[in-house]
Design a binder for this molecule. Sequence first.
Ligand code: HEC
Length: 117
Amino acid sequence: MHNIYLASLVFVTTLLMFLMSGSVVYANEADLIYVANCAECHGSEGYGTEEAPSLRNNEALAKFTPETIYYFIMSGATGYKKRFPESQYPSAMPGYEKDLPAEEIKLLATMINKWNP
Ligand code: HEC
């Protein structure tokens, strides 16, 4: 009987450690996904470049929920660029629906939401 309690205690502790280490990895994971996919246009820290606007302290994004940001990253704004070819940016925001797993886009959306309190 004792052994079962001990075994379940070890199991629960291991599970907790696994979950906690997982969330730490996740925080860095969003950064890695960002640097690999978004930094070339939005800048390594997200403050924007001549290619794309800042994703930090951005008034438009401050009004968005993480869900809205998620759908925006999924679909991009290529239509906008076609309708407004004179846009200050040389290329449009690409949609990532086919290039990134939904989970990774969610991590990005959560991170960008935190960049815009
Ligand atoms: C090829 C350059 C390019 C890349 C790569 C790119 N973006 Fe963009 N992004 C843009 C442009 C340009 C805009 C401005 C909207 C427009 O005019 O199409 C934009 C707008 C945005 C916006 C809305 C900001 C606003 O003020 O409208 C978000 C959020 C965003 N991008 C997130 C991302 C994320 C996350 C990634 C990586 C997965 C990414 N972008 C990769 C070019 C890019």
